[in-house]
Design a protein around this ligand. Sequence first.
Ligand SMILES: CC(C)(COP(=O)(O)OP(=O)(O)OC[C@H]1O[C@@H](n2cnc3c(N)ncnc32)[C@H](O)[C@@H]1OP(=O)(O)O)[C@@H](O)C(=O)NCCC(=O)NCCS
Length: 107
Amino acid sequence: MVRIDVENIVNSLALAPVSVAPEYQKKGIGSQLIYAALKNAKELSYRSVIVLGHKDYYPKFGFKLASLWNIKAPFEVPDEVFMALELTDNSLENVHGIIQYSKAFSE
Ligand SMILES: CC(C)(COP(=O)(O)OP(=O)(O)OC[C@H]1O[C@@H](n2cnc3c(N)ncnc32)[C@H](O)[C@@H]1OP(=O)(O)O)[C@@H](O)C(=O)NCCC(=O)NCCS
């Protein structure tokens, strides 16, 4: 889980890491994993997901530049690889700030 640090803390999720063994890549497995994760997140009532990843891969799942909402990573990262997805309509409206990753991401 991650938090987006605004005046009011907003809980969100981070999608990472995603990995498919080289010999099984380009068979749709990565996409299925991501669609399943997003479906689970929605069922658990999460409203948005953040990802740091390939700029050409994640947009096909609906991710857009996090900078569109003025959502920033807590470290230096190129704008085009830091993305966010609204799981419910306009869930990131008026949400902006710096992501706070949970401890699991640094362990
Ligand atoms: C990224 C990764 C998870 C994709 O898994 P996958 O099972 O090969 O993905 P899928 O088969 O579902 O999707 C393949 C599609 O994504 C595209 N794609 C795969 N890797 C891509 C990349 N790095 N950048 C852009 N497009 C990519 C393929 O060209 C293909 O496009 P198409 O559907 O138009 O033919 C896999 O390549 C991987 O494990 N890479 C190494 C680890 C990594 O970089 N993870 C991402 C960390 S953010």
